[in-house]
Structure formats: C-alpha cells, structure tokens
Design a protein around this ligand. Structure first.
Ligand SMILES: Cc1ncc(COP(=O)(O)O)c(C=O)c1O
Length: 449
C-alpha cells in the first residue's frame, strides 16, 4: 500500500523527495536488505514505526496516523519537531555555507559557545569543543580527564549508558550494550546508588564505601575522574542522590580526579527545576558532556571543559571534520533561544509534575507499577511482577508499550531489565496532552495486575 502522509492527514509540506514512497513493506524490505542487521537490536516495537512527519510533540506515520511522541527520538527533540526558529536558522545557513571545517572560521560555533558558556556555572572559565554525537563527546571527555590529570582510571556507574562506540561502550554499565571484545582499559564500574533496586538498597553509605574500596584496591592511588549521569536515562530513569554525588566528588578529587557530568539526557531544562541535571546535586563538574536536546535532532554534541583542562590537549593535534558544522551550530543556537523564549524549562517542571501525579494515581490501582520516579519530563514507570520482591516484569512492560502505541502514544522500554517505561516527550508538550496521555495509559493498563 502506498500512502501519502500528507494526503492521509499529516501536516502539509512542499512535496515529497524524489523516489520516496510511504509503502511500509517496501521500506522494511529495504531496511532488512540494505542496512545493517544490527539495527534490529535496538528497535522499540516488534515492527518499527515508519515516520513521515513531525510537528511540535506530534508525529505522523507513513499511513498518516498521528502519535503523541513521549520519547522525543530518545530525547533529541527538545523544543518540538520542526520548530520554526530552528527551521529558519538552518534554512538561512543552508543557503549560505553548508560546511566549514575547524581549520577555518565561521561565526556560528563561537556564538553557540558563548550562549552555552552563559548557561554554565559562572565560577569557571569554560570553553566548548563541538563534535557530532554523544559517544564521540564521551570519548573526548575521558581523553581530556586523562591528559589533564595524567591518571588513567575513570570511575563510572553500573547501569550507566554513555553510548556504544568503543570508549563510550566501555564506560556503559549494561551487559547487553557491550560487544564481546575486550573493553577499552581504564574504566572501573561501581554500584549505582539506585534507591529502588540498588545492590545495597536505599541510603548512600554502602555505595560511597564501595567507591572508596575500589579506589583503594584497583588504582595506584590516582584517578582521572568520575563520569556520571545526574539521572541515569536508558539505565531506567535512576536519579542519583545528591549526598552520594557530593561524597563521591570528595573522594574523586582527593584521588586527583575531575568530575564529568553526562548531560546528554538531563541537560537543556529537561529536568524542570534546573537547566542542567547536575545543579540538583549541589556539585559543579569540571567537564560537561552534552548532545541530543542541544540540536533538536541535528547531529551535534559538545564537551564543555574548564579552559585549563581543555588546554591539556594542545600539545598534539586535534581535528574533527564535521565538528562545529555551521548548520548544526545554527540549529543549536536557535534551540537555546526557543527554550528561553517559550519558558520550556518551566513547562517541563509543570507538565512533568502533572504526569507524575497521574501515574502515581494509576499506581494506586495497579500492583504491577512498582515505582514512579524522575524529574521534570524524564519519568520512569518501573513495571514489576511483585511489589514486595520488586522483580522486574519486562514482558509486561513490552505489552504495555505496544498497547500505548496502539493508543497513539510512543514511549520507550528502558533499564537493565527493559522493564521501565520511560516517558520523555518534547519540552513543549501541553496540558491538553496530559489528558490524552491519561486516557491512553488508563486504557492500556486496563486488565493488568
Ligand atoms: C546519557 C547518554 N550519554 C551518551 C549517549 C550516546 O549518544 P550517541 O547515541 O549520540 O552516541 C547517550 C545516547 O543515548 C545517552 O543517553
């Protein structure tokens, strides 16, 4: 069946690209025949969605069916699909100059750097280093920490997700995200202080002690740093307790290391209360890794570092062909303007609170909801087989995720056990969507324990 999404009800456009049809079977056949089979290992539904259009918080599939997107392309879409400010900025740049490598100059990267530095803690002399993906940015952050401290070991948390390229994969703390090859050396994983399902239960003392024991037993006394997500995202929406991070910071600094915040999911106002996730924790990192929401879908990532740390790389060459691409930088600058002009951080706080309230009410009616947690528009619903034992129920989570899709709401299954429904819509989601979400989720859970 060939269907035009425009004809079938999606927003109108200037026309289709040549050769594009909206035939689901043909597109799936092309994917299976010409693209890597590895794609099927990270697929939200049994049959992947064929997406045709997006506007604000909504998507339309190839057959013209509308969805409320509650995962925002894994949190990339911050200010909404095809935001006019972003579209305008990119179109303008597209017509002028589409590429400018870092060996030449263009105003866009410096302007974006300035706007980001204005949003970082004011006590630091921050500089920006632009690359193209979260994994690249993580690799760069690890390199910087090692060059600056002249130490090698980096501490990371179990269940962390920092990407799947070689260095980032080695820092990721989820077994099914590791290819069976030796990891890059120098990453020490310690238990995450998960207050719901952590190795030592609630509280932070045991987790801090484990970190101390690891520093004592597995290093020569010095570390390059500690890498952490303020709220573990793909790991199952696990907010780190502030006390843990503060005490960990003291141990890491005493061992000569720096603090590296992975803000790829938590940055840009998503957590509602703050622009950066680390602000809730009462620590100031030395390196901040960002991506996803920065570009609203355009491929851009960045490492912000204190100048003296970034300077540690100046004894050797660094070059990144596409880092600082002017179109991506223009998009990101427009994203920052949109977040501010439209009060999207406050919107994330307000709508996030409504969604959590609604989900906690649902929890009162369904035993299979073990926990509802998160901040702002980064929310996790932990689906369990038994509330007492907290045994994860991934099959139930998968069933619920499919039922939500059938009801026009896209969300994701996350966590080390794939049992956490992750809800992270574009920051522009409205109060009216909360009602639609509520109807869908109530009906999807009907008949569930
Ligand atoms: C917290 C976090 N860090 C890093 C990454 C890696 O980003 P990328 O997929 O762009 O390599 C991700 C991707 O999901 C992420 O969620």
């Amino acid at each position: 069946m060939t269907t035009s999404a425009t004809a079938a009800g999606g927003p109108t456009t200037n026309g289709e690209s040549p050769g594009v049809t909206w035939d689901y079977d043909e597109t799936l056949d092309h994917r299976n025949r010409y693209l890597t089979p590895a794609l099927a290992t990270f697929q939200a539904y049994e049959k992947p969605l064929l997406l045709a259009r997006g506007r604000r918080q909504y998507l339309w599939d190839g057959a013209g069916r509308k969805y409320l997107d509650c995962i925002a392309q894994n949190l990339c879409i911050s200010v909404g699909y095809c935001h006019p400010l972003v579209t305008e900025a990119v179109k303008r740049q597209l017509d002028e100059l589409q590429h400018c490598t870092t060996m030449w100059m263009h105003p866009a990267p410096g302007l974006l750097g300035k706007a980001l530095v204005e949003r970082l803690p004011s006590d630091g002399d921050w500089v920006l280093h632009f690359v193209n993906s979260g994994s690249e940015a993580i690799d760069l952050a690890l390199l910087l920490s090692r060059l600056y401290t002249r130490n090698h070991e980096v501490v990371a948390l179990r269940r962390a997700y920092h990407g799947l390229h070689f260095g980032a994969m080695s820092a990721t703390g989820i077994a099914r995200c590791h290819q069976p090859v030796p990891a890059a050396p120098g990453v020490l994983h310690v238990s995450v202080p998960d207050q719901y399902r952590g190795a030592y239960g609630p509280g932070v003392d045991d987790y801090v002690n484990e970190l101390g024991a690891t520093l004592e037993s597995s290093t020569a006394g010095g570390v390059a740093g500690m890498l952490f997500e303020p709220i573990q995202g793909f790991g199952g929406v696990i907010p780190l307790p502030a006390e843990y991070v503060q005490r960990a910071e003291r141990s890491i600094r005493a061992a000569g290391g720096v603090l590296i915040a992975d803000e790829v999911q938590t940055g840009f106002g998503r957590t509602g209360e703050h622009f950066w996730g680390f602000e809730r924790l009462g620590v100031t990192p030395d390196i901040v890794v960002m991506s996803k929401g920065l570009g609203n879908g355009f491929p851009i990532a960045a490492v912000a570092a204190r100048r003296e740390i970034a300077a540690a790389m100046t004894e050797r060459k660094f070059f990144n062909t596409y880092g600082s691409n002017p179109m991506a930088c223009a998009a990101a600058s427009a994203v920052l303007v949109a977040i501010e002009q439209e009060g999207l951080q406050e919107n994330a706080r307000r709508i996030g609170a409504s969604l959590v309230e609604l989900l906690r009410e649902l929890q009162g009616r369904h035993e299979c909801i073990g926990d509802v947690r998160g901040r702002g528009l980064l929310i996790g619903v932990d689906i369990v087989a038994d509330r007492e034992t907290r045994e994860p129920a991934p099959q139930l989570a998968a069933q619920l995720s499919e039922r939500m899709r059938e009801r026009g709401v896209i969300l994701s299954k996350s966590g080390a056990y794939e049992n956490v429904l992750r809800i992270a819509p574009p920051l522009c989601i409205g109060q009216e969507d909360v009602g639609a979400f509520g109807e869908a989720v109530t009906s999807a859970f009907a008949g569930m324990p």
